[in-house]
Ligand binder design. Structure first.
Ligand code: GDP
Ligand code: MG
Length: 442
């Protein structure tokens, strides 16, 4: 797998610093192979690998992850970004029925998808109607009717004397019917084509012009791999569309088509279809697809765990320092305050410490300006004073107060609080529990 190969590449790399050019090049080769194996189109692979190299060059080697894990994390994040970050939602019409038209090759899964989408919309209290505008294949209308029945959604089908034979007329008539019967979504199933066929492409374009859909969705079989890009481009030129639906994701395709189509057409993948059952359908999730393309869901879980473990190792180090009598200095106190400032939220940092969740309410009222005052006072102290606050006598207090532009009583209060906080922390570190929060300003 990619993770094993990357781990081999970085066998000799340890510690801090940046990745070397040689390491980055070796990494780029592995990522390239992994993406090609997932059926991502070559130009897309090139561009993507270039972006990842760029980022790898500028990033420090993390303390939490080994270089292989770190690269995988970068690759995963970049993949999620390109695949669209958040899923795009359907755009509903402001008035009248929302018209969704499906386009795609024969066998892509349009008719199946039409019914799945209708069911999904029904679950959201919509009142969809299906429209059989595929008059090409002999059983196409009947297939949609069977599927419509399975999900309990009515199907508008051509009847003799009712636009029969002309898919454009059927589509046009269906909108009128939807208005009459108060359906709020109309899903138009169209004829597929085996290859890119000019006549059928024109028919789809004519249906589009006749009904002015709110969304044209291009439906594509994830199993067709590299061909997905040519097909996607042909439909973009011939019919145009707003979003993409990937089908047959229950197969063993790694999903490179998603990345290729998204990169080359710029259109978002909106839904994913993954089986023959009507419930095998969901919004498209870029993060899941990224893991699938990399074929390493487990690795990503490991990475998450490694980062968490690293964070707790750091807190453990801080705790050890506290456990040593007098080990915690005003400098540490200041550093902690700065850390809080950096995180921007008192609640957040305290929430990370075990046992601190119970103080959340108090912390939410914490005054950030208090940190400014504490910071000013500690910064007016000499390093020796910060290191050993016991030496801060009356004349030192007066000097510090003047330097910080505060009252001597403010300095007194801070120093007192510091000692109280240290005592409490030492007790906690030795396992004495949490006696209260005397160290907290405010
Ligand atoms: P259309 O020609 O685009 O309308 O495609 P169909 O909806 O008729 O689907 C073609 C075939 O693919 C049918 O046998 C479907 O049952 C099957 N199919 C559609 N979607 C999926 C899917 O997500 N997974 C699997 N395994 N099969 C699917
Ligand atoms: Mg069909």
């Amino acid at each position: 797998t990619l993770s094993d190969r990357l781990a081999d590449t970085f066998k000799n790399l340890r510690g801090k610093g940046r990745l070397s050019e040689a390491d980055i090049d070796a990494t780029a080769r592995e990522i390239r192979i992994a993406l090609l194996e997932a059926d991502v189109a070559l130009p897309v692979v090139k561009e993507f690998v270039g972006a990842v190299k760029e980022r790898a060059r500028s990033e420090e080697v993390s303390g939490a992850l080994n270089p292989a894990q770190q690269i995988i994390k970068i690759v995963h994040e970049e993949l999620v970004t390109i695949l669209g970050g958040e899923t795009r939602r359907l755009r509903y019409a402001k008035s009248g029925p929302t018209v969704i038209m499906l386009a795609g090759l024969q066998g892509a899964g349009k008719t199946t998808l039409a019914a799945k989408l209708a069911r999904w919309l029904k679950d959201q209290d919509r009142t969809p109607m299906l429209v059989a505008a595929d008059l090409q294949r002999p059983n196409a209308v009947q297939q949609l009717q069977v599927n419509g029945e399975r999900v309990g959604v009515p199907v508008f089908a051509p009847e003799p004397g009712n636009g029969a034979g002309d898919p454009v007329e059927v589509a046009r008539a269906s909108i009128e019917e939807a208005k009459r019967k108060l359906h709020d979504v109309v899903i138009i199933d169209t004829a597929g084509r085996l290859g890119v066929d000019e006549t059928l492409m024109q028919q789809a374009a004519d249906i589009r012009d006749a009904v002015q859909p709110d969304e044209v969705l291009f439906v594509v079989d994830a199993m067709i791999g590299q061909d997905a890009v040519t097909t996607a481009q042909a439909f973009l030129d011939g019919v145009g569309y707003d979003g993409v639906v990937l089908t047959k994701l229950d197969g063993d395709a790694r999903g490179g088509a998603a990345l290729s189509i998204r990169s080359i057409t710029g259109k978002p993948v909106m839904f994913a279809s993954s089986g023959e059952k009507m419930t095998d359908f969901d919004l498209f999730h870029p993060d899941r697809m990224a893991s699938r393309i990399l074929d390493m869901g487990d690795m990503l879980t490991l990475i998450e765990q490694a980062e968490k473990a690293f964070d707790s190792a750091e807190s453990l180090k801080a705790a050890e320092k506290l456990a040593t009598k007098g080990g915690f200095t005003l400098e540490d106190f200041l550093q902690q305050m700065m850390q809080i400032r950096k995180l921007g939220s008192m609640t957040k940092i305290m929430g990370m410490l075990p046992g601190m969740g119970q103080f959340r309410d108090q912390l939410e009222n914490f005054d950030e300006r208090e940190i400014d005052r504490i910071q000013a006072i500690i910064q007016s102290m000499t390093p020796a004073e910060r290191d050993n606050p016991k030496i801060i006598d009356g004349s030192r207090r007066a000097r510090i107060a003047a330097g910080a532009g505060r009252q001597v009583s403010d300095v007194n209060q801070l120093v007192d609080r510091f000692f109280e906080a240290r005592k409490m922390m030492e007790q906690m570190a030795r396992g004495g529990g949490v006696p209260g929060m005397p160290g907290m300003p405010g």
